[in-house]
Design a binder for this molecule. Structure first.
Ligand code: ADE
Length: 232
């Protein structure tokens, strides 16, 4: 799977791309990530400005349409595989596991990270992207949101996780509507807190029943909405 990320702040991605699962997936050729600096498509050769004041007044600055459209067109040409264009914005459809599983089937995504007050509307009208939000709160830009998209989709790619069962069992995966039951590892006792006896029993059926009961209890307590919602 190939990701092209268009951003005004390429260095933000440096650490993220070199660590852990993602770095391994890149090393093993399962994932490709290319970062593109939007400023390189600025028509202002002197200051590389890409933003301007909104027509009609209002606070802040907007990202102008020409550099974004030129950049996306150029990035599309960098691979034969056409990329699905995704704009990260708090106004977008809310990302959830169902959508992650859908997007994990794309061969290529071009993620556009907004900044300031967002994009000129014509970016949306011309590129006709998927508009995606990672939650009902406002981030300083789309960079962290785009990392959420990359992180959540790459773990669905076969071979990225060491043990494929680990994403299979995830909360929310495949329409799973249960939060996970509590998990424990050694030591069996710490500061008076003991591991539930059933987990040490070796009785697989009792353990499975306990986990189901705990997951149900936790979900009911914290996310009763999951039982009511369709599919997700
Ligand atoms: N940019 C700023 N806030 C965002 C959000 N919640 N989701 C996606 N992109 C954003």
């Amino acid at each position: 799977m190939r990701f092209d990320i268009i951003t005004l702040f390429p260095p933000i991605f440096a650490g993220y791309l070199t660590q852990s699962l993602l770095a391994k997936a890149i090393d093993r050729g399962l994932v490709e990530i290319h970062i593109h600096d939007l400023r390189e498509w600025s028509t202002d050769l002197k200051h590389h400005k890409i933003d301007d004041r909104p027509y009609g007044g209002g606070p802040g600055m907007l990202i102008c349409v020409p550099p974004v459209v030129h950049c996306v067109e150029a990035v599309q040409q960098m691979s034969e595989q056409p990329g699905v264009v995704v704009v990260m914005t708090p106004q977008g459809d809310r990302l959830d596991q169902r959508r992650v599983e859908h997007m994990a089937r794309f061969d290529r995504m071009i993620l556009l990270c907004g900044r300031y007050e967002g994009f000129d509307q014509r970016v949306i009208d011309i590129l006709n992207p998927i508009e995606l939000s990672v939650g009902d709160y406002v981030l300083n830009g789309g960079e962290v949101a785009s990392m959420v998209v990359v992180d959540s989709t790459v773990r669905m790619i076969p071979g990225v996780l060491g043990d494929e069962k680990s994403s299979w069992d995830d909360s929310f995966s495949r329409g799973n509507r249960y939060l996970e039951s509590p998990q424990y590892t050694r030591p069996p006792e710490f500061r008076g807190h003991s591991v539930p006896e059933v987990l040490l029993s070796g009785d697989h059926q009792r353990i499975a029943d306990w986990r189901t009961a705990e997951a149900t209890k936790k979900t009911r307590l914290r996310r009763n909405d999951l039982f009511k919602s369709e599919g997700g």
